[in-house]
Design a protein around this ligand. Sequence first.
Ligand code: GLN
Length: 484
Amino acid sequence: MKLDTLASWATRLRARDISSRELTELYLGRIDRLDPQLNSFISVTPELALAAADAADERLARGEEAPLLGLPVAQKDIFCTAGVRTSCGSKMLDNFIAPYTATMVERMNAAGAVMLGKTNMDEFAMGSSNETSHYGPVLNPWDPERVPGGSSGGSAAAVAARLVPAATGTDTGGSIRQPAAFCGITGIKPTYGRVSRYGMIAFASSLDQAGPMAASAEDCALMLNAMAGFDPRDSTSVERPAEDFTAGLGAELKGLRIGLPREFFGEGLDPDVRTVIEAALGVLRERGAELIEISLPNSGLSVPAYYVVAPAECSSNLARYDGVRFGHRCDEPRDLTDLYTRSRAEGFGAEVKRRIMIGTYVLSAGYYDAYYLKAQKVRRLIAEDFRRAFGQVDVIAGPTSPETPFRLGEKSADPVQMYLSDIYTIAVNLAGLPGLSMPAGTVGNLPVGMQLIGNYFDEARLLGVAHQFQQETDWHARMPAAFV
Ligand code: GLN
């Protein structure tokens, strides 16, 4: 059977051409058969999925309308799901069953989505390769010797191999966009505050944002319609009227001003990736977009600023894993200090510990001004760069990542090399802007992603530009040969 997009499955479900149960069984069968090659799921939940599918079939039979009714999806294992383990990719939460469900997941469930399981990820979403997961690395479906990107690498690989038509991710510094680029799918990080963070395990609270990952921009728009919305339980959630993110899909590119930041095409960019991006920009220009060179002069400071702010927030957020209330607890602690130190030493992996150490250091009394405060000032300068740029252009475009997917183990020994994977994505999080990655071409067999950055709340426009590109090209529709 053709492995369709969410949008066409939705049409077929309504036409009673297939039932949600049949659709769910189709994808569960693929996970069962093919995921041993990828390790993209931490938990698969067939019983819950089939029950949700039957409920959706009843709603469909009654002629009910709900945006994701009967459609199979996967949730990144960072979102709390009542009754189902939520591990966040960590030994610390290997035994954690959340007593409640994240708002975003609740919204998708209410919209009729059928959850097939929870996807693999870097531990506590810290990483760019999925190699820091307690559950082992995820492999890239285009080449099993390469990483799928991270931290939402499980979601990206699962969607690319069509083990599920769509999945959720979170993006603190690039974790939706970079794995989407590495796996040849579409993903969007919405404006900070669009999607509730309630029940999403916190890494760096001022940067974390959830978003959809799917084959096409149209599918991402359908997902985002269900995911986004004000939540009184998240104090950073923005109160705005509901918006239809599919509204801009038909918008023509004629007259659209696309800014190309000089800094995103300079040193460090793989020449083959550059060639692919230039060809993709050519497609946009042919459809009437105007390409304008711009500058984001402080973007070179985004990685260093991020690696102060994100660890600072993570050290504070992860202080809650103390072995007392939930999560891993060491055996036979001698006293309270021993309980804390051994539980944390045993529960966290090396990268998480590194971040906690950096974070507590930059927040400590003697260094707060020199590092944390300074990084916050740089963050403001980066946001100002974008504000100026959006006075001149409607959308900013460039590569999502400076290179194609790297080999497993290639950067594990060198954290700074790993951190540089996100050199084009991190500034977007520091500014709180929306950013999308879409498949733009390949180098050999390996996917290349193009990033589109929008002004605040301009997701519909980004999705529209990507959709127009996807009318002209078929990169988003291609599947890795081993999974057809
Ligand atoms: N790779 C970046 C990091 O390790 C971003 C991760 C993310 O966006 N969650 O922090």
